[in-house]
Design a protein around this ligand. Structure first.
Ligand code: FAD
Ligand code: DHB
Length: 402
C-alpha cells in the first residue's frame, strides 16, 4: 500500500532557503502572506556556506527597513570606495563622492543567518533537510510542492510557487524546455576563493588586473580576509597548496609603492566556475523564478546576491497585489520588470569581467586595449561614475513606472 502524504496548504510555497527564498518569505510575512520554505540542506550548512560579500546600498537599506539591520550595522563594514589596480598602481573609485551611496561588506551567510532567525520566530516555516523535492501542477491554480523528510512524504498545495532553488535546482528544470529561452556565456576561467585569518591588507576592496590573471582582495571582518584568484575553470582546490596561493596573490597584488600581503592561515578554499546566464520568461503558470534559479552573473561585479534581493522585492509586491485584489497583471509584470534590471546588471558584470581578467586567446592588441580601458575608467570622472553607479546599485525597477 502506498503511503499517503502529509498534506498542508499555504498561500506561497518557496523552494530554496538561499537569500532569495528567505527574504521573499520575510517580505511576505510582513505583508501578512503565509509561506513555507522547503530546503534540501541543513540549517548549519546554509549558515556556514561562504559566498558573496558585497551588499548594494539598496540591499542594505531593505534589510535595515525590514528589521534585519542590527547585526549588519554592528558587524558589517561600510565602504565608500574601492580600488582598481593595474600596471603596479592602485586607483581609488570614490563611490560615495560619485554617487552619494556606499556599499556594505557583510557575508551572504551572515544575511542568511539573520533571515533564518527572523523567519523561525513565526514557527516551523522553513523545512530543512528535505529530499525528493518536486513541483507539480504548476500550470494549474493549485500547484504543489512534494518532498520527503525523515521517511515521511509531504505535499504543500499553494496559490503560487516561488522557485528560489539556485542554478542547479529543480524549479527551472520543471518548466517545459520549449517554453523557455536560455542565454548563456561560459567564461574560460574560474575563481579560487580563499578565506584567511589575516587582517585585511587594505581598508577597501582591491580589484587587480595582472598579466598572471585577476586577483581580488576583500574581507569579512577586521581579522578575516576574503581573497580570490583567477584560475582555470576546472581547477581543483587541492592543487593549490597554501604556499602556491600566497605566491600567486603576492605577485598579482604587488605594487610599485611596496604594498605586500602578509600570509597567514587559510581557513577554506574552493573553486567557482564563471558564467553569464539568463532564462526568459521568469514565470510559467503559477511558478515564478527568482535569483540564481533564473540568472547567473560572473562575480566580478559583486551582483549575484543583490540581483536575487531585487527579484524577490518585485515578486513580494506583485504577490501582495494579487492577494489584496486578485491583480493578475502584477504577476504578469513581475518577470519583465526584473529582466530589464537583470540585463543591465548582466552587461555590467560582463564588462567588469572582460576588463579585469586575462583571456588565454588575448592578442597584444587586446591587452593594450584592456589597459587603456582601465586607464580611462580611473581617469575620467564620467567613466568612473558609470562604474560607481552600477557597483553601488542601479535603482529598483518595479515595472509599474513610465
Ligand atoms: P542560492 O543561494 O543558490 O540558494 C538556493 C537554495 O536552494 C540553496 O540553499 C540550495 O541548497 C537550495 N536548493 C537547491 N536545490 C533544491 C531543491 N531541489 N529543493 C529545495 N532546495 C533546493 N556572488 C557574488 O556576488 N560574489 C561571490 O563571491 C559569489 N560566490 C559564489 C560562490 C558559489 C559556490 C556560488 C554557487 C555562488 C556564488 N555567488 C557569488 C553568487 C551568489 O552567492 C548567488 O547569486 C546567491 O546565492 C543567489 O541567491 P539565491 O537565493 O538565488 O540562490
Ligand atoms: C566579494 C565577492 C565578489 O564577487 C566581489 O566582486 C567582491 C567581494 C566577497 O566575497 O567579499
Amino acid at each position: 500500500m502506498t503511503q499517503q502524504p502529509h498534506r498542508e496548504r499555504v498561500q506561497v510555497g518557496i523552494v530554496g532557503a538561499g537569500p532569495a527564498g528567505l527574504l521573499l518569505s520575510h517580505l511576505l510575512a510582513l505583508a501578512g502572506i503565509e509561506s513555507i520554505v522547503v530546503e534540501t540542506k541543513s540549517r548549519a550548512h546554509l549558515e556556514q556556506r561562504i559566498r558573496a560579500g558585497v551588499l548594494e546600498h539598496e540591499t542594505a537599506t531593505v534589510l535595515r527597513e525590514t528589521g534585519l539591520g542590527a547585526r549588519m550595522d554592528g558587524e558589517g563594514l561600510a565602504h565608500d570606495g574601492l580600488f582598481l589596480q593595474f600596471a603596479g598602481a592602485a586607483h581609488r573609485i570614490d563611490l560615495k563622492a560619485l554617487t552619494g551611496r556606499n556599499v556594505m561588506v557583510y557575508g551572504q551567510h551572515e544575511v542568511v543567518k539573520d533571515l533564518i532567525a527572523a523567519r523561525l520566530e513565526d514557527g516551523e516555516v522553513i523545512r530543512f533537510d528535505c529530499a525528493d523535492v518536486a513541483v507539480r501542477d504548476i500550470d494549474t491554480d493549485h500547484p504543489a510542492i512534494h518532498y520527503s523528510r525523515d521517511g515521511a512524504m509531504h505535499e504543500i498545495t499553494c496559490d503560487f510557487i516561488a522557485g528560489c532553488d539556485g542554478f542547479h535546482g529543480i524549479c527551472r528544470a520543471s518548466i517545459p524546455p520549449e517554453a523557455l529561452t536560455l542565454y548563456e556565456r561560459v567564461y574560460p576561467f574560474g575563481w579560487l576563493g580563499v578565506l584567511a585569518r589575516i587582517p585585511p591588507a587594505s581598508q577597501e576592496l582591491i580589484y587587480a588586473a595582472h598579466d598572471d590573471g585577476f586577483a581580488l582582495l576583500s574581507m569579512r571582518s577586521p581579522q578575516i580576509s576574503r581573497l580570490y584568484l583567477q584560475c582555470p575553470p576546472d581547477a581543483d582546490a587541492a592543487d593549490w597548496p597554501d604556499e602556491r596561493i600566497w605566491e600567486a596573490l603576492d605577485a598579482r597584488l604587488a605594487r610599485s609603492d611596496g604594498f605586500r600581503l602578509t600570509p597567514g592561515p587559510i581557513l577554506q578554499k574552493s573553486v567557482t566556475a564563471m558564467r553569464s546566464f539568463v532564462c526568459e520568461p521568469m514565470r510559467f503558470g503559477r511558478l515564478l523564478l527568482a535569483g540564481d534559479a533564473a540568472h547567473i552573473v560572473p562575480p566580478t561585479g559583486a551582483k549575484g546576491m543583490n540581483l536575487a534581493v531585487g527579484d524577490v522585492r518585485v515578486m513580494a509586491r506583485a504577490l501582495e497585489r494579487y492577494f489584496a485584489r486578485g491583480d493578475e497583471e502584477a504577476i504578469a509584470a513581475y518577470g519583465p520588470a526584473c529582466l530589464r534590471r537583470i540585463w543591465r546588471v548582466q552587461r555590467f558584470s560582463w564588462w567588469m569581467t572582460q576588463m579585469l581578467h586575462r583571456f588565454e586567446d588575448d592578442s597584444p592588441f587586446d591587452r593594450r586595449r584592456q589597459l587603456a580601458e582601465l586607464d580611462y575608467v580611473v581617469n575620467s570622472r564620467a567613466a568612473a561614475t558609470t562604474l560607481a553607479e552600477n557597483y553601488a546599485g542601479l535603482p529598483m525597477d518595479w515595472g509599474d513606472g513610465p
